[in-house]
Write a protein that binds this ligand. Sequence first.
Ligand SMILES: [Zn+2]
Length: 169
Amino acid sequence: MPGKQLKKRPLSRYLKDYKHSQTHCSQCEKVLERMTLVFRGKIINKEAIAGMDQLIDDLVWQNVQSELTALCRFCSEISCNSHPSYFDIMAFKQYLFEQTEMNHSTIREYVVRLRRLDEMLVAHNYPADQFASAFNHQCIIDDLLPAANDNYRIALRKYDQYLAWQKSY
Ligand SMILES: [Zn+2]
């Protein structure tokens, strides 16, 4: 149909509708109580959405939407606000959600511990090659925190399980 134009609506309108249509976190499947919208790895907050008044049509929206995800607070925090140096925390988290039967709060504990360990490794400037060549990561704890509590060891053991799982694929 020549001259036919797609109806245009403000981007903010599309985003609000999208927000209302999402019920579960797209990474961990948790029911969303508080949702975070993430676009190309960046969180877009309410105020930002309110200011997005450019008019777009459905075709443009489809492109935008393909790069948009609705995440729970925890997953958005890991995706957007952590910059781990040693561990692949994002992949580890997804592994726990997708390949184990652990519940949400247990996974959270593991991930938080691993993040802390990552921070400690950074603070100690732990040699990257030594980390990469570690056959199992338990020995890192012995180097780093001789009197470490078992929680870190358990988290590291899980991480080693994740690495073994990843290698088998
Ligand atoms: Zn989530």
